[in-house]
Structures are given as C-alpha cells and as structure tokens.
Design a protein around this ligand. Structure first.
Ligand SMILES: CC(C)(COP(=O)(O)OP(=O)(O)OC[C@H]1O[C@@H](n2cnc3c(N)ncnc32)[C@H](O)[C@@H]1OP(=O)(O)O)[C@@H](O)C(=O)NCCC(=O)NCCS
Length: 183
C-alpha cells in the first residue's frame, strides 16, 4: 500500500498557458525533436498500461506482487474503466514513458484529481520526465477546471521527497486506517 496523504495546489495566478509553456522545459527533452505528449488513456490501452505498471511496481522500492492476471485486470478496470476514471499517459512518440491513474472526485471544495498510481518507465527515471509529466498533468487539469491533485505515498519512499519538492503539501492531520476482515 502506498500511503500518506499529499495534496498539490496550483500557485495562484498560474494560467494554463503559463503552465503549458513550462512543459517543454524538462531536462529529458533537451535535443529532442518532438516534445513528449500527454494523452488520455482508456481500457483500449490496457496492454501498454499493464506492462509499464507491472514493470515499475514489481521492482524496487515497491516489490508488489502482480502475478495474478485476474487481479491485475480488475485493478486496471478499477483505475481506468470507471465513469470518473482519469488515466493519463506521457508518450515519447509511440512509447508510453509515464503513467498517472486515478479518478475525478467532485468534492464540495472543488473538483480534484485523486492519483492512485504514478510512475515513469524504470529505464527513464531520474531524467526529469516525472517532473515534466506532472507539469503536463497540471496544465491538462487546469484546462478541465480542476484545481487540486491528491495522492498517497509512504514517508520512506523516494517518491515522498519527489512530491514535496514539486509543490505537494503533506496533510499532516490525516491518517490512513486499515482493518483486516477475518472470516
Ligand atoms: C517517483 C518517480 C515518478 C519520479 O519520476 P522521475 O522521472 O524519476 O523523476 P525526475 O527525474 O523528474 O526527478 C528526479 C527526482 O525524483 C527522485 N526520485 C524518486 N525516485 C526515483 C527513482 N526511482 N529514480 C530516480 N529518481 C528518483 C530523485 O531523487 C530526484 O529528486 P530531486 O530532483 O528532487 O532531487 C519515478 O522515479 C518512479 O516512477 N518511481 C517508481 C514508482 C514510484 O515510486 N511512484 C510513486 C509511487 S506513489
């Protein structure tokens, strides 16, 4: 379980144009002929999504066990195939380099993007792509009138510092509860 509530708030005054202008400015795109592209994903992209998701999260630091294909398919259905699902891919040409999966939540204080899974292809991590993808997502959400992102991770995961350094604020008052249901 990737836990710990973190919320991302856009800086007041940031317009879609200004954020979009930031997208090409990532380290990974220096010398790149074609900028990377954000695209909305659907269940038609299941194979691409499953391959990237499994490769990232079955390795360090998560070591998730996604060896049950039925459970994996059901999870991808949960994240990508529901009415409020929002799955976004970050493409280098035809290649899926990054993945954000979650849903739109119509909260009373404003509509949010709740991100359940966020990852970059293991071979491409550490090159600025995760940061550029986040900026592209913010620009996309701004265009949809969505002003907040919400996600969870673990305090000792490398991603914790990644999110904090990219403007996400830790919701220290929040706790996550879990209870095992015994038959
Ligand atoms: C976390 C993740 C999305 C960051 O994307 P990225 O493209 O590697 O990140 P960038 O190159 O834009 O930025 C690198 C920063 O991320 C940090 N980082 C986190 N995990 C990293 C990893 N596995 N490899 C390299 N850098 C990583 C680096 O320390 C660096 O920090 P700094 O620039 O603030 O000093 C990506 O590394 C990843 O998919 N990790 C595995 C899956 C994961 O943990 N997802 C989040 C679960 S909640």
């Amino acid at each position: 379980m990737r836990l710990l509530f973190i919320t991302g708030v856009q800086t007041p005054g940031e317009t879609a144009d200004r954020i979009a202008a930031l997208i090409p400015g990532c380290r990974c795109e220096e010398g790149r002929e074609k900028p990377m592209e954000l695209k909305r994903l659907s269940l038609a992209d299941r194979e691409l999504i499953s391959a990237l998701f499994c490769d990232v999260f079955t390795h360090a630091p998560w070591h998730d066990d996604w060896s049950d294909p039925e459970q994996l398919n059901a999870y991808i259905d949960d994240l990508v195939g529901q009415r409020c699902s929002l799955a976004l891919g970050y493409f280098d040409g035809e290649k899926l380099a990054g993945l954000a999966m979650g849903y739109i939540k119509h909260w009373y204080a404003g509509t949010e993007y709740v991100i359940d899974e966020y990852c970059i292809d293991r071979r491409l991590q550490g090159r600025g792509i995760g940061s550029a993808f986040l900026r592209a997502i913010e620009a996309y959400l701004t265009g949809q009138g969505i002003r907040r992102m919400f996600l969870q991770t673990e305090q000792d995961a490398p991603a914790y510092a990644f999110y904090r350094r990219r403007g996400f604020q830790e919701l220290t008052g929040h706790v996550s509860f879990s209870k095992e249901i015994k038959p």
